[in-house]
Write a protein that binds this ligand. Structure first.
Ligand code: NAP
Length: 251
């Protein structure tokens, strides 16, 4: 049985920003589906932490780049109750390079996860939430990035481009389903202290970036999760197609 708030899927809910969002959604009374790619232990910990506070959560393994895995993820959520929230959070960054140093394989993998994963999950969420399909509405929150504004030259323009796609998905889908009870928004994090930076190949990247941030500090996953929670809540009932920077003033 779902708890009163309904079911919330958090893709990449095992670590970083997704973990923080999953914990807050669990506290807010959602039955949380904690999706993860590989780190079963981390996902199980999130489920345990939610349960320890009286909430309900399940971990579901699945690669958002795989349509079969996405369908299985949403079917698992269907078994728990009515889907009310999708946090489209799963994403990768990768080693920092110029575009002319990147293999096609790397580019495809990143676009498959960051763009196709989010688009497939959004499609499945709309099928369930839209009043047009007999649903009762809901909220989709996408994870953009300050990179879509800054472009990340020499640091991963393919990542920045993938997040540009997320911005457009947010604006377009937000308008497409605005009259069907679904709000679609995004958060645009700046430099947030999570393990994603380990893949950049630059040791201490987060600390190195501090000087470039107007607030002179990196953000915490919880600070992004607070904005995500607000966008999922009725307190943002007139907000759709919007992108909220959570970047210490950097973008
Ligand atoms: P993170 O700490 O590296 O965590 C990534 C999460 O995504 C993990 O739970 C991981 O699962 C999951 N994941 C990775 N690939 C997946 C796949 N193919 N299918 C399903 N799940 C997958 O990342 P983060 O920093 O929290 O970033 C979360 C989102 O915020 C991303 O979209 C990222 O682009 C965006 N963002 C982050 C920052 C930042 O500074 N941290 C800034 C701007 C935007 P496993 O645990 O199983 O590996």
């Amino acid at each position: 049985m779902a708890t009163e708030a309904g079911v919330a899927i958090v893709t990449g809910g095992s670590r970083g920003i997704g973990r923080a969002a999953a914990l807050k959604l669990g506290n807010a009374g959602y039955t949380v589906v904690v999706n993860y790619a590989a780190n079963e232990t981390a996902a199980a910990e999130v489920v345990r932490d939610i349960a320890a506070k009286g909430g309900k959560a399940v971990a579901v393994k699945g690669d958002v780049a795989s349509e079969a895995d996405v369908l299985a993820l949403f079917e698992a959520a269907d078994r728990l109750g009515t889907l009310k929230v999708l946090v489209n959070n799963a994403g990768i960054m990768g080693h920092q390079n110029r575009l002319d140093e990147m293999t096609t394989e790397r580019l495809r993998r990143l676009f498959d996860i960051n763009i196709m994963g989010s688009v497939l999950c959004a499609r499945e969420a709309v099928k369930r939430m839209s009043t047009k399909h007999g649903g009762s509405g809901g909220a989709i929150v996408n994870l953009g990035s300050a990179a879509s504004v800054l472009g990340a030259p020499s640091l991963g323009v393919e990542y920045a481009a993938s997040k540009g796609a997320i911005d457009v998905l947010t604006i377009g889908l937000g308008r497409e389903v605005a009259s069907e009870g679904i709000r679609v928004n995004a958060v645009r994090p700046g430099i947030i202290d999570t393990e994603i930076h380990d893949s950049s190949g630059i040791k201490g990247r987060v600390q190195m970036m501090r000087e470039q941030i107007p607030m002179k500090r990196e953000g915490k996953a919880e600070e992004v999760a607070d904005a995500i929670l607000w966008l999922c809540s009725d307190q943002s009932s007139y907000v759709t197609g919007s992108i909220i920077p959570v970047a210490g003033g950097r973008c």
